[in-house]
Write a new protein. Structure first.
Length: 753
């Protein structure tokens, strides 16, 4: 299709019409010109394709499909190839179902454990979220269907999600809340981006020109179209001008009319409308060009794939030697989740699974007994239930309690009020642990929980919301058929109050201030050297690993060079297993507040017992840079940086130092109130004030007119605290009239040249 030519033949009304949905899930057609409608669908970890009654909240039925592990789990795999494979299978099922775009991945940052949608999001770390999102997108789009990375941007709470303003300084947005989107755009070019419901610093994302045009398109090079989250449009005309192309779902014609009127009134350039239509049609045509509705969909195969993926995501948080279980032993499975696992979250991502495999199903040929333990529906553990569970635990060698969060505790649409598990489940775990010293807890939850019983149980396996085959994956991991290799994509604080956003999360009315700035997750806990229940990046295995022999390609580089970091990883245990080699970078000294360490590389590798492999990472400017608001760009400050490689943010095996020289100078602007400390640090400015310093030195009875000595006099003899903080204007008063205001102004002019 010659899109530009087609657009030139459209009426204004037709063009405006194309910029909003036909209904809940389709774009409009213009039949007379051969423009066909396409269907989009949630997303992200399987298909929620709705046939008839449509909604965006996961209320009404959708087609039978395969529910893969949610993003809380897949991010913990730290495995780019794995999530690519999952994307491929979802992309193929889109082809089968004639879907042009799947609505995902969702990459908002886990600012607080309370966000109701954390289960759908990837990480508290933007680098990890970006890498995983890019692989997912590349996987889906390898099947010639599109993705919609969402929710752009800073949509980190559900509370008042459609009206709240996420207020953060630009550095925080650039370093924490944007990079997952940026990486995905640069590495995977998603066909579409979904803008979020919330405002950013007072402007709705859906009408934020800076966000949707300047940052997303002009800076990052996004080529597709932007669609709104469902119902995220407030003022359509400024939205279109800001770069928000497709309003979803249908506006019932109301906003189409406003667009037409605005063009007619000369308030909206028709070229803006043409561009939006062009972007939408380009993507739609891209789908039609290679649409393959005859693509088969083998759901049974995808079910097994979902089990395989889930097995690679589970995080063994604690293990005092009780796992893996022995298949010959009697084991008690306790807790309703053993029979009916919680494997996905509520809301728009809710999938109508064609089947599920519980842990009890998967363990049917093993020596396993079952006690319900608690009732999810009634949120209770009766005395009888506990007594039955205790008896089962006593009769078994090992008791495995399946616990976590019921559906009602976390969902799209609202946040959790606290971080606790149901009291009935905590009570059950305590009772079982008292009855059997070999108690294991398996958790099904989409976000961290407090674990008051942690010291009383021997092992904890974080299974997250592991998709419809989670039971099979859990049994494989528990019995050692799969060696656990997931690592936390988020910190588990001991208690909610420890979380950096605790004081402000949710905001006051519609103002959610991100006052903790860049100190999100481990960036905060590490800086504060605070105890956490489990740190970011943590995950145990049934074998052990060690990293050694750290090598840097250079000790000294500039920010225009790259640095290659190589480390030797060894399996020091007796089983084959996978390890996640994590690379963190930290600026030893900085003029801005920076985290102690930030993840800048990771690689998941498999090692046989005793085997070693070299793993290499390439670091460029971005790995060392922070966002400089004055330069309005990434900036590296000359100095030493730590390169740490470890198995979590708190388990660093090897470290080295590299000196990086920044090639860009941040030009300072001096005024009469600039203080000596800052001037002394700037050799150019120093040149200018040398004579004055010399003069002052003499005045204070220093060693004569030599400026080096003058500096010495200022720093040593006069006392650092005294002079360092003095403003330049004090030379007038302290020079005894030798420096006039005129001379001072002359100096300032020279310094600012
Ligand atoms: C959600 C999106 C979803 C859309 C369509 C919205 O409520 O925030 O993530 O894709 O509905 O169901």
């Amino acid at each position: 299709m010659d899109i530009k030519n087609v657009i030139s033949q459209m009426t204004l009304e037709e063009k405006a019409g194309l910029c909003s949905g036909l209904d809940f899930w389709h774009t409009k057609a213009v039949e007379r010109l051969g423009v066909k409608s396409v269907m989009v669908s949630d997303g992200p970890h399987g298909l929620r394709k709705q046939d008839e009654k449509a909604d965006h909240l996961g209320v009404n039925e959708s087609i039978k499909a395969v529910c893969m592990p949610a993003a809380c789990a897949t991010a913990a795999s730290f495995d780019r190839d794995l999530i690519y494979k999952m994307g491929q299978s979802i992309g193929a099922s889109c082809q089968h179902e004639k879907l042009a775009v799947v609505l995902g991945p969702a990459v908002n940052i886990k600012r607080s454990p309370l966000c109701g949608r954390n289960f759908e999001y990837m990480s508290e770390d933007p680098y990890l979220a970006g890498e995983m999102a890019a692989s997912y997108i590349n996987g889906v789009q390898s099947q010639d269907v599109g993705t919609s990375i969402k929710h752009f941007a800073a949509n980190d709470q559900e509370h008042r999600r459609m009206s709240s303003s996420s207020n953060a300084d630009e550095r925080t947005l650039r370093e924490i809340y944007f990079p997952a989107f940026e990486t995905a755009v640069k590495k995977a070019q998603p066909w579409t981006v979904m803008c979020s419901y919330n405002k950013i610093n007072g402007v709705y994302a859906s009408q934020n020109h800076w966000l949707l045009t300047e940052v997303l398109r002009d800076e990052w090079g996004f080529e597709g179209y932007v669609m709104s989250d469902w119902g995220a449009v407030s003022d359509r005309v400024p939205g279109l001008a800001a770069g928000m192309d497709l309003e979803m779902p249908s506006s019932g014609g109301v906003n189409d009319k406003k667009i037409v009127e605005a063009v007619k009134a000369g308030e909206l350039d028709e070229a803006v409308l043409d561009k939006a239509v062009e972007r939408i049609l380009t993507i739609n045509e891209k789908y039609f060009a290679t649409a393959r509705p005859d693509t088969p969909w083998d759901m049974e195969a995808d079910h097994m794939l979902s089990a395989e993926i889930a097995g690679q995501c589970m995080v063994l948080l604690k293990n005092d030697g009780v796992l893996p279980l022995n298949k010959a032993d009697n084991v008690a499975f306790i807790g309703e989740f053993a029979a009916k696992p919680r494997f996905q979250g509520g809301g728009s991502s809710h999938i109508n699974s064609f089947k599920t495999t519980s842990a009890l199903d998967a363990a049917k040929d093993l020596h396993v007994t079952y006690a319900q333990g608690y009732s999810v529906a009634r949120d209770e553990a009766t005395e009888d239930m506990i007594a039955e569970a205790v008896a089962a635990a006593k009769a078994a060698k090992v008791a495995v309690v399946f616990a976590g969060l019921p559906d009602s505790y976390e969902s799209e649409g609202y946040d959790r009020p606290h971080m606790a598990m149901p009291a009935c489940q905590n009570k059950l775990i305590e009772a079982v642990a008292a009855a059997n010293p070999n108690t294991v807890v398996v958790l099904h939850n989409g976000s961290p929980v407090e674990m008051p019983w942690l010291s009383k149980v021997k092992a904890v396996l974080e299974a997250y919301l592991g998709g419809q085959a989670v039971g099979l994956a859990t049994v494989r991991v528990l019995y050692g058929d799969v060696n656990p290799s997931g690592h936390l994509a988020e910190s588990f604080p001991i208690k909610l109050e420890d979380n950096p956003s605790y004081l402000y999360y949710g905001g006051e009315a519609d103002q959610a201030d991100y006052r903790e700035g860049v100190f999100v997750g481990y960036r905060y806990y590490d800086k504060k050297r605070m105890d956490v229940a489990f740190p970011f990046g943590h995950g145990l295995s049934y074998t052990t690993f060690a990293y050694s022999d750290l090598r840097l390609s250079a000790d000294d580089i500039t920010d225009e060079d790259t640095l290659t970091v190589t480390v030797k990883a060894t399996n020091t245990g007796k089983r084959a297993g996978k390890t996640v080699v994590q690379l963190y970078v930290g600026d030893k000294e900085s003029s801005v507040f920076r985290p102690v360490r930030e993840l800048k590389g990771f690689e998941k590798i498999e090692l046989a017992p005793g085997e070693s492999k070299d793993v290499s990472f390439t670091l460029d400017k971005r790995a060392f840079a922070y966002w400089n608001e004055q330069l309005h760009d990434w900036h590296v400050e000359t100095g030493e940086f730590t390169i740490e490689v470890g198995q979590s943010s708190r388990a660093i095996d090897v470290a080295a130092t590299v000196t990086v020289t920044g090639t860009v100078k941040v030009k300072k602007h001096y005024t009469k109130d600039s203080i000596f400390m800052d001037i002394l640090a700037d050799p150019d400015a120093m040149q200018v004030i040398k004579p004055v310093l010399d003069g002052m030195n003499q005045m204070f009875g220093g060693h004569g007119g030599d400026s080096d000595a003058a500096q010495e006099a200022i720093t040593d003899e006069m006392g650092a605290a005294m002079v360092r903080y003095m403003p330049l204007r004090s030379v007038m008063s302290f020079s005894g009239g030798a420096v006039s205001e005129e001379m001072l102004n002359g100096m300032l002019q020279a310094m600012n040249r």
